[in-house]
Design a protein around this ligand. Structure first.
Ligand code: PXP
Length: 246
């Protein structure tokens, strides 16, 4: 089955907008878990625009599922991750001005930094996933570095899906997933996925995890968080079993 990681950063965004205690990020995590999500995903950004350090510590201690911490390769954030010891870290590129993570990690340029961080995380038993663009070069590099998994950036695919011309981007994801699996990497995907464009993604070979934030929280505004999770879980389960039966 494909694991569902739910990114709850936007719950913290709402809380930070008023600088108050509501909505409570832990309460959101509990509801997300009750509705059947497999991982809680949060991004501790260097500018702390949504998730705060105390959220990460509190979630790690109190959630029932697994914490996936998205983070940049910054010394400060690495030090926090080593104290928190989440089940998994997903290393992402980060720019101060961006609205969201815009592209995959530059695995070539950042190789030395990734290797240093990886050896520290390995000692603590933390799984490491790299958020990368779906290219053969990035995947081969990720495998050579020795990370556990890659998360394929589905942003381009999601944009092309909205324009109904998505076959090429889907094919790129397909080839990337196949190669990653052949090289022994766990295959994850995320960014821009929603209740429609997730369907073809569920057929990617060896896909083990998707991480979804914006569309789930947007849906939750209208139907509630619990039902928003149930709905996407059902879609993933149906699409997955359809692929298995073919
Ligand atoms: N995966 C990664 C690595 C991300 O950085 C993000 C955005 O924080 C997501 C998944 C979720 O993207 P979205 O909010 O578009 O679903």
């Amino acid at each position: 089955m494909i694991r569902l990681g739910v990114n709850i950063d936007h719950v913290a965004t709402l809380r930070q907008a008023r600088g108050e205690r509501e909505p409570n990020v832990f309460e959101a995590a509990c509801m997300v878990e009750d509705a059947g999500a497999d991982n809680i995903t949060v991004h501790l950004r260097e500018d702390r625009r949504h998730i705060q350090d105390y959220d990460v510590y509190y979630l790690k201690r109190n959630i029932r599922t697994h914490l996936n911490l998205e983070m940049a390769l910054s010394k400060e954030i690495i030090a926090i991750a080593l104290k928190v010891v989440p089940a998994q870290v997903t290393l992402v590129p980060e720019k101060r001005q961006e609205l969201t993570t815009e592209g995959g990690l530059d695995v070539i340029k950042e190789q030395a930094k990734i290797e240093r961080a990886l050896s520290q995380f390995k000692k603590k038993g933390i799984k490491v996933s790299l958020f990368i663009n779906p290219t053969g070069l990035c995947i081969k590099k990720a495998a050579a570095i020795g990370v556990d998994a890659i998360e394929l950036h589905t942003g381009r695919y999601a944009e092309s899906f909205a324009k109904v011309k998505y076959k090429f981007q889907l094919e790129k994801l397909h080839c990337a997933a196949q190669l990653a699996n052949q090289l022994g990497l766990g295959v994850h995907a995320g960014h821009g996925l929603n209740y429609e464009n997730i369907k073809p993604v569920c057929a990617l070979p060896s896909l083990r995890e998707v991480n979804i934030g914006h569309s789930i929280i947007s849906k939750a505004v209208f139907i509630g968080l619990f039902d928003a999770i149930k709905k996407i879980k059902n879609i993933i389960a149906c699409e997955y079993s359809l692929c298995q039966s073919q």
